[in-house]
Ligand binder design. Structure first.
Ligand SMILES: [Zn+2]
Length: 711
């Protein structure tokens, strides 16, 4: 439906198990906020809801490990997350939480309705149980040795060392992550939601009726639907969560992915008495902003639940983003490879808009993207400061110097083609920004705003009002001596026109940048001495936003430069945090050091078949160079006879690049490719390490053909 009367925007409920990082922000909260701020400026009826997701097993585990209650865990993180969002100016109408009474009631009623309509299937199955901790174990909480690579701390669903998908049955020596007890199987009864009954409907609703959804979203839905849907348990064995509202169901709660999306409904109920207008009326446009890991829940499971319930509208769009990596590596909260919002706002006070800018300009809208501190600095200094901030500042400085600190008049008769082109550009940009935001293309929209500021700088450069000012001085001198008069086409008139247009452009820039950088728009309003109302979108493209003769404030810088030392400190912090946590985790393969070490203990015996899986080859180092910002890594080009490979090796602290060119080495040629610092590494060089930590190449004792098999 295109003719909607109101919009309801939801942003994925963050899990109250830790603070939020920039990946979260770039993934859904920032795009949602931009969209909402724009719609508010359009004066549309819109509500923006979110809240903390406070149920689920990881929270009970965290509580158990720290020795506090689950409630204490969620209380702590709910407050921290809420504050981080407020600091970044994410403008929720409500930030609620799923432990609220309202939510428990809403989710419970939802379940009961589906149950009473006979839509669940009740099934008894066997599941893993920890007798010591007295709890059923999700696959993630069973650990053991990986049958593929021998990693002694592989999870029951996946080995994070080799990436293999696993099931608890495949683990060697499986044990509970909670108590180390050997899991046993125990019978348990649960309620399943038969997704397969909704498959045909979902296929039509998504694959036929929502072809406009983003490619990454549509593609993931299609793949789920093509593989066929199955019944999913909507309840779990736990004491933390929303109790199953049925008799004889002690110790059972709603599955966290059943209750969390219902949290959007509960939050709306808490926000407004008219909540049902937003959830039950067909002329509502419901938009879910999420990250790609939530696509199946928001596009398939939750819509099927809403459809089954029958009273609610379905999402009009689910503009999910991909992931934001950091310095070439995936964000990992357990390894502390992340940029945390609560730390950013302490380290860069007053620079919230700089982060919003970079995260939007570099948003992972269509594919995974990389955040680097260097790029953060570059974009801040060369785009925000040097283009946008510079234009506004020059305009204000010149206006004070050449126009008496007031908005100068416009002399229409002498407008030239350059002036008219600037006016057209303002109008065209306003429309382009609007279309891009409506189409969830926030990067394009932001680029357009910066480009308009760039055009403003170009215009000033062409007009050079400061040069014309010196012309006036000459003119007044000549008038004194010869008594001549200023003509209508005087240099001051040209100066007036130039700065009049630049000031109207400044006002337009404030309107256009407002959804993206709200604090900056506010500062601009202050400089121009105008009220919030000017930021309404209907003013975008207009040329009479500032009245002639109106006096404006003295210039103030909108942004500050980010210095090299600040960037170095952040990169250092990232690495130190990583080292601190890595000592406490297993072989996390930071990628910074790839050496084969075997201290004669800690690794289990393998069979010949395991060894035979390795494709070891002789090769020669053709080229070696350091990698910027990674002091331990060398980028090597290796000749393997049958092909040349790029391999990243963590040996830069041990060897100078020029010393190892031409050396013959042994390469693990069939190692899965891995990206480090944005470069794909295809293999690994075998090294030996002595007791002092010195590294040695493993190589044939005579030069042999590159590509020769080692076995
Ligand atoms: Zn493995």
């Amino acid at each position: 439906m295109t003719d909607y009367k109101r919009i309801l925007v939801t942003a994925a409920l963050p899990y109250a198990n830790g603070p939020v990082h920039i990946g979260h922000l770039a993934g859904c909260y920032l795009p949602a906020d931009i969209y909402v701020r724009y719609q508010r400026a359009k004066k549309r009826d819109i509500k923006f809801v979110c809240g903390s997701d406070e149920h689920g097993v990881p929270i009970t585990i965290r509580a158990m490990k720290v020795g506090i209650t689950p409630q204490q865990v969620v209380d702590k993180y709910h407050e921290l997350i809420k504050e981080s969002f407020a600091q970044m100016n994410i403008s929720f109408d409500i930030y609620s939480r799923t432990s609220s009474k309202m939510h428990h009631q809403t989710a419970s009623d939802f379940f009961t309705k589906l149950y009473n309509d006979g839509l669940f299937e009740e099934k008894e199955t066997e599941q893993y149980y920890d007798e010591k901790a007295k709890t059923f174990l999700a696959d993630r909480y069973i650990i053991g040795t990986c049958p593929v690579c021998g990693n002694p701390r592989a999870f029951g669903d996946q080995c994070e060392n080799c990436g293999s998908s696993l099931s608890p049955e495949m683990l060697i020596d499986p044990r509970s992550a909670l108590s180390e007890a050997t899991p046993i199987k125990r019978k348990t009864r649960h309620w399943y939601f038969p997704l397969q009954h909704y498959e045909a409907w979902l296929k039509e609703w998504i694959l036929e009726d929502h072809k406009e959804w983003k490619n990454n979203v549509y593609g993931q839905c299609k793949s789920w639907l093509d593989n066929g849907l199955q019944a999913r348990a909507m309840t779990r064995d736990s004491n933390w969560g929303i109790k199953v509202p049925l008799p004889d169901s002690e110790g059972k709660v709603l599955y966290v992915w059943f209750d969390a999306p219902i949290g959007y409904i509960s939050a709306t109920k808490e926000l407004t008495a008219e909540w049902s207008d937003y959830w039950c009326k067909e002329d509502t446009k419901l938009v879910h902003f999420i990250g790609k890991d939530n696509i199946v829940f928001h596009c398939i499971i939750f819509p099927a639940m809403l459809k089954a319930h029958g009273n609610f509208v379905l999402p009009d769009n689910v503009p999910a983003n991909e992931f934001l990596n950091i310095e070439g590596e995936k964000v990992s909260t357990s390894r502390n490879w992340a940029v945390w919002i609560d730390e950013y706002v302490k380290d860069f006070p007053g620079c919230e808009d700089a982060l919003r800018y970079v995260l939007c300009a570099n948003a992972p809208e269509t594919k995974d993207n990389d955040f680097t501190w260097k790029d953060f600095q570059d974009r801040n200094n060369s785009e925000l400061v040097a283009i946008f901030g510079n234009f506004v500042n020059r305009t204000f400085v010149l206006m004070h110097k050449l126009c008496n600190s007031k908005v100068p008049p416009l002399h229409i008769g002498i407008l030239d083609e350059t002036d008219n082109e600037l006016i057209r550009n303002i109008q065209v940009s306003a429309l382009k920004v609007q279309d891009s935001i409506e189409g969830y293309k926030f990067r394009d929209a932001l680029f357009e705003v910066i480009d308009l500021a760039r055009k403003g700088n170009k215009y000033l450069q062409e007009k050079e009002p400061w040069k014309k000012a010196s012309g006036i001085e000459r003119l007044s001198v000549s008038r004194n001596t010869e008594g001549s008069k200023l003509t209508a086409h005087s240099p001051q008139h040209e100066i007036d026109n130039c700065l009049h247009l630049c000031l109207q452009l400044t006002a337009n820039l404030a309107i256009l940048i407002n959804p993206f950088l709200p604090a900056t728009a506010k500062k601009m309003l202050h400089l121009m001495k105008v009220v919030d109302k000017m930021l309404e979108w209907e003013n975008a493209g207009k040329m009479k936003l500032l009245s002639i003769g109106y006096s404006l404030r003295a210039p103030e810088l909108l942004f500050r430069k980010i210095e090299n030392e600040e960037i170095t400190a952040q990169i250092e912090k990232l690495k130190t945090g990583l080292v601190k946590t890595e000592t406490s985790t297993y072989m996390a393969t930071a990628g910074d050091k790839e050496t084969v070490t075997n201290q004669g203990s800690g690794k289990s015996t393998i069979q010949y078949e395991d060894f035979a899986k390795l494709d070891l080859r002789a090769g020669t180092i053709l080229a070696a160079e350091k990698i910027e910002k990674a002091d331990k890594l060398l980028k090597l080009e290796i000749d393997l006879g049958f092909e040349k490979r790029i391999i990243i090796s963590g040996i830069a602290l041990h060897f100078k690049p020029e010393d190892i060119i031409g050396k013959q080495v042994v390469v693990v040629a069939n190692l899965a490719p891995r990206k480090m610092r944005g470069i794909e590494s295809n293999g690994m060089i075998l090294m030996a390490e002595n007791k002092e930590g010195k590294l040695y190449f493993i190589k044939p004792d005579d030069v042999i053909d590159n590509g020769s098999l080692v076995s």
